[in-house]
Design a binder for this molecule. Structure first.
Ligand code: ZN
Length: 481
């Protein structure tokens, strides 16, 4: 049958497509992009270009009111859009200006827009929701004595805001944080062009990133903070955020950052972002975190007993090194975590070596001796075993820290210091603001060395046991020591 009336045809086609949508769409289900370690993380079918996050903070016992606006591009036709989100209540969702249906399934928020989005179409998503700071110690908001900080690595950004929570989808961020008088809010990037907006007793602070960022690296600090401004190498703006009451006490540590940046720049090239600083929080996290442009530290490592100065400084350099390795160059999957932690540990160890306390040789030899045990327990550095259920931070094992720095040491032994230096510089230059994985590293290293390093590197990356260290016969084999 051929329909002759265009109006009738249009009406019939519309009815048919509605039936089709209803018949074809399966029940909402959580999706992921197939990360080997976090299969449910991230979502297929779109690329986020920008997040605009608004938070209104009252106190640590009250969920923040939040609006998350996401601009994205559909990579294929989408009748449904999955976001990662949990730990907050969703009040309403709009997609491209029209109300959309939404359902929480697992740790996904599944949206059904009023009309399907074509391939290449723009997606403008607005979600009104709450964001609950009452954590269960599994990441996201970190309560401090005077407010909140954020620690989203590896998979906790979606406990704070709806997002495509995978480092392979980087985007620009804008933050608008409203906090009661007396509190200061700071986020990644540079302050907005307008001064903090004051209305009644609350102030709204805005920040935006000038470089794309992974969701895991977002930082929002709210507290009784002092913001300390200084200037680093070649005029780089420095901005530290510390508890106001501790400003003088912490000042000697803050003064070390310019030297750390100059030291890193000598080795790998220009610092990759718009500004840098440390965020020192009155909290006990058990970790420090390389949130982009504003690394998070626990106050205790600067003021506690038992941390020698060389150690604290080398930890500061570790988080700073991540700004190049892990932040500017994001991992393609979480199995590439060794590229983040191996490099950060490498520069941490090299810095400590320069201070003359703990030599790189000694540290690498100790790692060599333990490497087989680490591989047996957690898998090889580039193919780590998933963390035990409920212990996601368990992914951060020695095999991806010193065990991975050991791979860089082996590479330097194999190709020589000059080629190794070139590999490091080219890596952060070519993948600046991008995403790269283990295969990319092997390819780049091979190119700089002028030969295929796959056969050399693969056993180091993926082997169940540790290969012999080139040029160090006296080290023996890990099993024999
Ligand atoms: Zn690290």
């Amino acid at each position: 049958m051929q329909l002759s009336s265009p109006r009738l045809r249009a009406a019939l086609l519309a009815a048919a497509s509605l039936t089709l949508v209803a018949a074809v769409l399966p029940p909402p289900a959580p999706l992921g992009i197939g990360d080997p370690l976090f299969p449910a993380l991230g979502n297929p079918g779109y690329d986020v270009l920008a997040y605009d996050l608004s938070f209104t903070y009252k106190d640590n016992r009250t969920p923040l009111d939040a609006v998350t606006v996401i601009d994205a591009r559909a990579e294929r036709p989408l009748e449904r859009i999955n976001l990662d989100f949990t730990h907050g209540k969703v009040a309403s969702v709009e997609v491209n200006g029209e109300p959309a249906r939404f359902e929480g399934v697992g740790e996904d928020l599944v949206l059904t827009p009023a009309r399907p989005v074509p391939r290449g179409g723009r997606l403008h998503i607005g979600v009104r929701h709450t964001s609950d700071p009452r954590g269960r110690g599994d990441g996201g908001w970190v309560p401090t004595e005077d407010g909140l900080a954020m620690a989203n690595q590896a998979d906790a950004a979606h406990r704070v805001f709806p997002c495509n929570d995978h480092p392979s989808d980087k985007a620009l961020f804008t933050f608008r944080i409203t906090a009661p008088a007396g509190l200061t809010a700071v986020a990644n990037g540079v302050p907005g062009t307008f001064p903090a907006h004051r209305s009644g007793s609350a102030t709204t602070w805005t920040y935006r990133t000038l470089h794309p960022m992974a969701t895991e690296l977002a930082q929002v600090s709210i507290g009784r903070s002092a913001v300390v401004h200084a200037t680093g190498p070649h005029g780089l703006p420095l901005r530290d955020v510390v508890p106001a009451a501790d400003r003088e006490l912490l000042d000697p540590w803050l003064k070390k950052t310019p030297g750390h940046i100059a030291w890193m720049e000598e080795r790998v090239g220009r610092y990759p972002f718009e500004n840098y600083g440390v965020l020192i929080a009155r909290a006990t996290t058990g970790f420090e975190l390389e949130t982009q442009t504003l690394s998070l530290f626990e106050r205790g490592i600067f003021t506690g007993e038992g941390y020698p100065e060389w150690y604290v400084e080398s930890v500061m350099v570790h988080e700073l090194a991540h700004q190049w390795f892990g932040d500017s160059v994001s991992p393609r999957s979480w199995s590439d975590l060794w590229l983040n932690e191996g490099h950060a540990t490498w520069y941490e160890a090299l810095y400590a070596d320069g201070l003359g306390t703990y030599s790189l040789e000694r540290r690498m030899r100790e790692a060599y001796q333990r490497s087989d045990q680490w591989r047996a327990a957690g898998g090889p550095p580039a193919a780590p075993k998933p963390a035990a259920p409920g212990e996601k931070i368990g992914l951060f094992r020695p095999a991806v820290y010193d065990g991975a720095a050991l791979i860089l040491y082996a590479l330097r032994q194999e190709v020589g210091a000059a080629v190794f230096d070139r590999i490091e510089r080219r890596w952060v230059a070519e993948h600046k603001d991008g995403v790269a994985g283990t295969a990319d590293f092997v390819r780049l290293a091979s190119r700089e060395a002028g030969r295929d390093l796959g056969p050399f590197l693969e056993p180091w990356l993926y082997g169940p046991t540790t290969p012999a260290m080139p040029g160090r016969p006296e080290w023996g084999t890990p099993k024999s020591v």
